[in-house]
Design a protein around this ligand. Structure first.
Ligand SMILES: C[S@@+](CC[C@H](N)C(=O)[O-])C[C@H]1O[C@@H](n2cnc3c(N)ncnc32)[C@H](O)[C@@H]1O
Length: 287
């Protein structure tokens, strides 16, 4: 069952009427919104034709102001910790083990990533992001939490072809609050390639801003999709998608979909039954 008040799920935030009503309810947000709209128009003009280049510039500007705010949830460090913890607890609750091999798409400044890195075996975490600025902040997070010995990989990317990563390697792929900032062609590219790097029995969890009305975007920064659109896109690339009802119970505005190869039956109760690729990584005799 999908939850959420109907008004929240059907509202079209790109409509003038919605903007006016919102401004009347939150007059203090009008000036910051206009400033953001002005900056975004200029950045869109400069990076015409490339969403990734545009969004990278948005991230550079936001990161310079506050790395915590740049990854969402406002400038509060407590909020940064809480949203990271929510992502971590969810996956551990779904059976994440230290032997899993994780690819985090749009890892940001490791809001959740530092927890995954701390938990996973050394070398089992790969983080990629389009923003070099936020990856520099990610490096600072690694140092702050003393995670050098975990040897995580952090790589800047300019597309989601994942072509530098090995076949059938990752047991868990994770993208939190990334598709909520992505046009359909970026999501399509990701879904076209993620199946290749996903281990048998592995899965790809991503969050998205859900609408049950017309799909729309605000300032080319926030994108709202219907669940069926993303499910269909996954199917187009031979993947099975499942809406994660239990994520809806958490205090987070986005919804979550889990994508896997069709062989891994997403309706099984015993989640992550065997994940042979992760097990195969363990040497017969521990060195
Ligand atoms: C809202 S932040 C969330 C970061 C992190 N997942 C978290 O939960 O803290 C979105 C991140 O995704 C990155 N991003 C946006 N589009 C991307 C894309 N097409 N490929 C890779 N990273 C992307 C941004 O640079 C940013 O770091």
């Amino acid at each position: 069952m999908q939850h959420g008040p109907a008004s929240h799920l059907s509202v079209n935030r790109s409509r003038l009427g919605h903007k006016v009503r919102y401004a009347l309810r939150h007059p203090e947000r009008v000036v910051p919104y206009l400033r953001r709209a002005g900056r975004d128009s200029w950045l869109r003009l400069r990076h015409r034709g490339s969403h990734v280049a545009y969004y990278r510039a948005v991230m550079a500007s936001d990161t310079a102001r506050s790395p915590e705010a740049a990854v969402g949830g406002g400038p509060s460090y407590d909020r940064w910790l809480a949203i990271g913890r929510m992502q971590y607890d969810y996956l551990v609750g779904h059976g994440l083990t230290p032997r899993d091999r994780m690819l985090e798409i749009g890892c940001g400044n490791l809001r959740a990533g530092w927890r995954f890195i701390e938990y996973l075996e050394p070398g089992h975490y790969y983080g990629i992001d389009i923003s070099p600025d936020i990856l520099i902040e990610a490096k600072k997070t690694l140092v702050r939490y003393g995670l050098q010995a975990k040897r995580p990989y952090l790589t800047p990317v300019d597309d989601l072809k994942l072509d530098f990563l090995p076949d059938a390697w990752f047991t868990v792929v994770h993208a939190h609050s990334v598709f909520s900032h992505s046009p359909a062609d970026v999501i399509d590219e990701c879904l076209a390639h993620v199946g290749r790097v996903l281990a048998p029995g592995g899965f790809f969890d991503f969050t998205f801003d859900r609408t049950e009305g017309a799909e729309h975007h605000v300032l080319g920064e926030d994108f709202y999709y219907r669940t069926e659109t993303l499910t269909r896109l996954a199917a187009k690339h031979g993947l099975v998608a499942r809406f994660m009802d239990d994520w809806e119970q958490l205090p987070h505005g986005q919804s979550k979909i889990r994508v896997s190869h069709p062989a891994a039956d997403p309706d099984r109760d015993d989640e992550w039954p065997s994940r042979p690729a992760a097990a195969a990584d363990v040497p017969a005799v521990e060195p």
